[in-house]
Ligand binder design. Structure first.
Ligand code: AMP
Length: 424
């Protein structure tokens, strides 16, 4: 089915085709007509489902149909996202999709961690669409650079992640500045009670869309687990990359320090490897991401910062060098591969100390993978004695789907103590 059949203007369908989007994904198929009809939306959507275009296309279409006059500080559509990377990415999608519209909307992408002045300049004369992280958006409101009382369309992208990152208070403040009469679109990968509560206050008789295609369920991701001693993981990683011919590998580790250390060890070992984490400057992060997308790096070693919201196309291999803290994080990490119908490989390293935690992740995922051992890498470490509530990296368990705040603090303290550095 072509995009025009969903009611979109031909210039939008043309821009979508130029991005390689010829057929709508399931979420686009359901969301686009609903948004064009003016409904609020409550959508369960993972990164990789095509959710960005699912809101970007009808948003751009609707803007064409309404009064385009810019008045100072006026914003017509607001897209709230949890991270700078997602802001940049959503901005890119909106810009590309808008390129053939007769009246090109004015787009501003704003996020923290960089100077506010250029963003204030960009907002002069108002903007049709603002893509923002909540903290910087409020700073800009405070600086009188924009006002939110004319927002007609609000998009909350990755609402669960917004709350995870502690943006609840900022969100409340932003919502208080929005007009009551508006259309709201709410996207979240998961729906824990706090996300449901937020949706409850935000949406009016929303249409509910569930795309039941979590990456794990799509079965296009081949999952493997290797047993290995903790101190031989880098060696195993290098061996697998070389012998399996892996190209473009995303490796997840527990701390920023480890990301730098593993990347530098691989680099010394003849691989183009770099690290990517929250301790790098915004410029360095964007540069690393850009270069990785341009296929200039073989390996990027990262923390959970990159587990969500970052769109690296056709990423063939994800490695859990350190296991994720929860089964939910496991899904998000391995969702970095096998995207948009591509097949992918997700490999987890399981040390004697993390084996019990691995089995919990497996159980929650309904998985049962053979624990493989590469000849020459037979584990020799012994598992430490069980420590209740140790955040999951040892023999302790994960209690709920997500670790509690206390678990997170404990895990962070343990990681920091182990590495002598700050976790991400
Ligand atoms: P998202 O879930 O928005 O992060 O999109 C995931 C990936 O799917 C991105 O690489 C998009 O470029 C791609 N994509 C989105 N919509 C389509 C479509 N209709 N056909 C093919 N690829 C798509």
């Amino acid at each position: 089915m072509p995009f025009t059949a969903l009611g979109l203007a031909p210039p939008l369908a043309r821009a979508a085709a130029e991005l390689g989007f010829t057929t709508p994904t399931p979420i686009q198929h359901d969301a686009i007509p609903a948004v064009l009809a003016g409904h609020d939306l409550l959508a369960t959507a993972q990164t990789g489902s095509g959710k960005t275009a699912a809101y970007a296309l009808p948003l751009l279409h609707s803007l064409q149909a309404t009064d385009a006059r810019h008045t100072p500080r006026r914003v017509r559509a607001l897209v709230l996202v949890p991270t700078r990377e997602l802001a940049a990415q959503a901005g890119e999608v909106l810009r590309s999709l808008a390129q053939h519209l007769p009246q090109r909307p004015k787009l501003a992408v704003v996020f923290g961690g960089v100077s506010i002045n250029p963003q204030m300049m960009a907002l002069r004369g108002g903007a049709d669409v603002v893509v923002a992280t909540p903290g910087r958006l409020l700073d800009l409101v405070q600086h009188n650079a924009l006002r939110l009382s004319d927002v007609q369309l609000l998009v909350l992208d990755e609402a669960d992640r917004l709350l995870d990152l502690g943006f609840a208070e900022e969100l409340d403040r932003v919502l208080a500045l929005l007009p009551a009469r508006r259309q709201s679109l709410f996207f979240s990968a998961t729906f824990p009670p706090e996300v449901q509560a937020l949706a409850g206050v935000l949406l009016r008789e929303p249409l509910r869309i569930d795309v039941p295609s979590a990456p794990v369920e799509e079965a296009v991701i081949l999952q493997q687990a290797y047993r290995v001693d903790t101190n031989r993981r880098t060696e195993l990683l290098r061996r697998l990359i070389k012998t399996q011919g892996w190209q473009r590998v995303l490796v997840f580790v527990a701390t920023q320090y480890l990301a730098d250390r593993v990347a530098s060890k691989l680099h010394q070992g003849d691989l183009y490897a770099t690290s990517f984490h929250g301790g790098l400057s915004q410029g360095a992060r964007q540069q690393a991401l850009k270069e990785f997308k341009e296929k200039r790096w073989d390996v990027v070693v990262t923390t959970d910062l990159a587990a969500r919201g970052i769109d690296i196309e056709q990423l063939p291999v994800v490695v859990n060098y350190d296991l994720p803290r929860s089964a939910v994080d496991y899904v998000h990490r391995i969702g970095r591969t096998g995207r948009a119908g591509e097949s992918g490989l997700a490999v987890s390293f399981v040390s004697p100390a993390s084996e019990a935690h691995w089995h919990l992740i497996e159980k929650r995922q309904g998985l049962s993978l053979p624990l493989e051992v590469l000849p020459g890498f037979e584990p020799t470490e012994t598992a430490p004695p069980s420590a209740p509530g140790d955040g999951g990296q040892g023999n302790g368990g994960i209690k709920g789907k997500r670790p509690s705040k206390k678990d997170k603090l404990r895990a962070a303290a343990a990681a920091a103590a182990a590495d002598g550095h700050k976790p991400d």
